[in-house]
Design a protein around this ligand. Sequence first.
Ligand code: F6R
Length: 622
Amino acid sequence: MCGIVGYTGRRQAAPILLDSLSRLEYRGYDSAGLAVRNGTALAEVVKATGKLYHLADKTDQGRALAGCCGIGHTRWATHGDPSVVNAHPHVSGNCSGSGSGAVESDVVGVHNGIIENYTELKDKLLRHGYAFYSDTDTEVAVKLVDYYYKKYKIGPVDAITRTMVRIRGSYALALMFKDYPDEIFAARKDSPMIIGTGEEESFLASDVPAILKYTRQVYYIGNLQVARVSPGKVAFFDLNGDENTIPLTEITWDAAAAEKGGYEHFMLKEIHEQPAAVRDTLNSIVKDGKIDLSGTGLTEETVRSVSKIDIVACGSAWHVGMAAQYVIEDLAGIPVRVELASEYRYRKIPMAEKTLVIVISQSGETADSLAALRVAKERGAETLAIVNVIGSTIAREADHVLYTLAGPEIAVATTKAYSAQLIATDVLAVYLALARGTVAEEEAAALLAELAEIPAKIERILEEKARLQWFSSKIANTHDIFFIGRGLDYAISLEGSLKMKEISYIHSEAYAAGELKHGTISLIENNTLVIGVLTQKELYEKTVSNMMECRSRGGYLMGITTNGNFSVEDSVNFTVYIPKSDEHFMASLAVVPLQLLAYYTSVNRGLDVDKPRNLAKSVTVE
Ligand code: F6R
């Protein structure tokens, strides 16, 4: 996820672009860049790493760049480290250096999204004499447009549509062509982009808040469409190059609401972004039905010889480890130990030979997780980081990195990063199992097919959110909640409980269902809410029995189970049904109603959902 902006009109473009980018920084902030045209002069490209103010300083708040037509970008790295070279805009010219300055180039572009087949396209372009200065998929896209533009001597719109049919993945592209001094060309597939118009000026952005200060008249460019943007005018084209009409929409939201894409809170927005986060992560490591972890640098040799896995993390990332433990042990037969990073770093755990230590972290900066990683390396373990933020310290220091593609997460309570981590560990489990021969090719293919359906199943759960909203209003004044389950359902309960307590401030605990009667059951009294997670067939009846033990002591029961399992309805007060999947992957589905329940409970209690008290998004202290 990155942010893109564009401006063409009578005013100086750079200050407007910087201002618009400042409203998109939540989409990524590891580097930023601008390209501005001054009439027929070459595009001037300036880029800087880090937050946007570095770029603003470098360009004297935009005053150092003259020109009335330009594009800008704030980056959330996906391909290539956060660096000036990899920062956007990218240029088509075979320039040396980072593609910045006054660049002799026919096409200059910025991009949001992921181009999945960029290596294949890069090879093609290399064969045609193109050279590359960056590691990005964006440079490939810009050069591919340039290639078609010159090969067929066609206009920008046709060059872009030819490129669109060749690239796989999701993207929003904004491009300037040397021969079209005051125009911007844009295209999108599955990535957001809007175009705004005003008096003799036009704007382009990933999201409405970026341009709300300048105009409220916007076009939502359609999927697989191209736009030709000139001052005060826009034309749209389909993939055949035929002109389309799009209605102009007047934005009536206020700026703060718009930043959240119309959702009331970032957490709700991020809950809804889970299908995309899971799909993108999956597509980055499963290609054409085959697992491809080549990007992590893990060798077949390592994978086959691992005798033990330690998973180390904090909070929700630790809960992902708890779920992964069941899946990896069951599919690949490798013993897995899951440790809290804050404990692991001080323990003298004997390191078995061929131990793989997996550190899971959204931010890649959590102090305890980083310290645990360093301890593991000192003890001679091979390390793999599963991290969301590209170029973060944990990602840099681990031997191998598997990036989740959840995009920036703003709400303190994690949702989409958790789901992306889960899917990454599921794929890893299948990979380990295949490499060690504990599952056959056909079984692995069936498991991957199940994983591919998870995003659509999450979407179906999200469609049912109104029931959870209603139920949360009933429980908003509860004092204690117990989440119980066995096996993988216990791991899901841990996450459900943490989500609930951190944003609703209601005391809650997660228990392995069979363990309740060893002490905790004494806390169950009239109307204590007990939520049973019931996704594992073999353990289902056992957990239901534990729920009945709670009901006999006054407990008020909610159950989460799979579609078609109606027997639970007779036993509990409120049931949530979720779609079926392979049982190993049920955490990805069962967690969603628990996130929604926590979210709506917090809203019903009138709390600050996105910034709960006493918490920080990234815990960089011990
Ligand atoms: C809970 C939550 C935290 C994080 C934990 C680890 O909703 O977000 O428990 O999971 O602080 O953070 P990362 O994943 O950044 O290492």
